[in-house]
Design a protein around this ligand. Structure first.
Ligand SMILES: C[S@@+](CC[C@H](N)C(=O)[O-])C[C@H]1O[C@@H](n2cnc3c(N)ncnc32)[C@H](O)[C@@H]1O
Length: 346
């Protein structure tokens, strides 16, 4: 297996990652208010969805104590190593949402990504899936790191890489001296072969578009089919048949500035993207985690689709906008707001 090396690469084991600093062993997640949205009448089961403010290096080890090996779906859109600051609108004012500056130190970024992915892998259930969304800057490094992190089981278990999804869009400018960058990449990894995948839930009608040199045939009853010969075989497809999307997604556009879905967070992704991921790779009531939730798109969609969720972010603005977004939704179930609390030893 190929392995990515960088200066100062440190393969921490899970105990080390969980207790990177002695004081963190003593940290807990402190709830600071339980939100019961008005006008709801939900049964009082014990589970509460969680919105947590904190750095992933504090929050994930704490979550590991409670949720190690039981998260069904992890979907993350971490900093891309853009070397930029991102703004957001909170309380009518433009403010710093988060900084994605690494001092151009790729080694620091890669170690950070490696530690994050190792913790997330430990949180994932045996039948769980992980999606990571990045772009040309880091996705190829992330692929090799993920191959390493998911390789503690043999390929025979069916663990590891499943898909490289190209999210292709029209927005962004045109480059003068090169090809305009018009896509992000989303990788899908699973912890075993027994992962959840429901292509039928995200399928679309094949439709009347001619694909792949197929021949159209109209039956006497008006029914349309498409056929193609490959070798000795002829394949026939019904125009009404459902097709699972391929791995190039060009039917979901970036949110434009005036899109009603926008809530003021600079790097906000469209709900349609998360809807496809969550529908395909989780069941109702499954537990979905996003530790870089930003504008709150993952918890908002998970909530709407009846999944349990844990959403985290280090940015105050992200947590504020996510809270507002959730409370503005119809039929939001009660959720808990939490922060990392360090216990002081006397
Ligand atoms: C690309 S944005 C996520 C955008 C989100 N998917 C959305 O659609 O709004 C990355 C997020 O990671 C958060 N973040 C960056 N470093 C973090 C860290 N060490 N711990 C927790 N969150 C972090 C940032 O605050 C930011 O909200």
């Amino acid at each position: 297996m190929a392995e990515l090396m960088w200066k100062g690469k440190h393969k921490r084991n899970l105990d080390e990652l969980s207790d990177q600093a002695a004081h963190k062993q003593l940290s807990t997640l402190r709830s600071h208010g339980q939100i019961y949205p008005q006008a709801n009448n939900f049964s009082s089961d014990k589970w509460r969805n969680r919105l947590i403010r904190g750095d992933r290096s504090d929050v994930l080890p704490l979550l590991l104590r409670e949720f190690g090996g039981i998260v069904n779906l992890i979907t993350i859109d971490p900093p891309f190593m853009t070397e930029r600051d991102f703004m957001g609108i909170g309380a009518g004012n433009s403010q710093l949402a988060y900084s994605d500056k690494w001092g151009h130190n790729i080694d620091a970024y890669l170690q950070w990504l490696y530690d994050t992915l190792a913790l997330l892998h430990a949180l994932l259930a045996d039948n769980g899936s992980l999606y990571i969304h990045l772009d040309w800057r880091a996705i190829h490094y992330a692929k090799v790191i993920l191959d390493e992190v998911f390789a503690h089981r043999t390929q025979a278990d069916g663990a590891g890489f499943k898909s490289e999804i190209i999210w292709s869009y029209q927005s962004g400018g045109r480059a003068r001296h090169g090809y305009a960058r018009k896509h992000d990449t989303i990788l899908l990894y699973t912890k075993s072969a027994a992962y959840c995948f429901h292509g039928e839930r995200i399928s679309e009608r094949r439709g009347s578009l001619r694909r792949n040199h197929m021949r159209k045939q109209v039956r006497t009853d008006g029914h349309v089919t498409w056929t193609i010969r490959s070798g000795e075989r002829v394949y026939t497809y019904d125009e009404d048949a459902l097709m699972t999307p391929g791995d190039v997604w060009s039917d979901i556009s970036h949110l434009h500035q005036k899109d009603p879905e926008r809530n003021g967070y600079a790097t906000q992704k469209p709900e349609a993207l998360l809807e496809r991921i969550i529908l395909a790779s989780s069941e109702e009531n499954d537990l979905v985690l996003d530790c870089f939730c930003g504008s709150g798109v993952t918890p908002a969609v998970a909530e709407r689709l009846g999944r349990r969720w844990i959403a985290c972010d280090q940015s105050r603005l992200a947590i504020q906008l996510t809270e507002e977004r959730l409370l503005a939704g119809e039929q939001v179930r009660p959720f808990v707001m939490q922060e990392v609390q360090e216990t002081i030893m006397t």
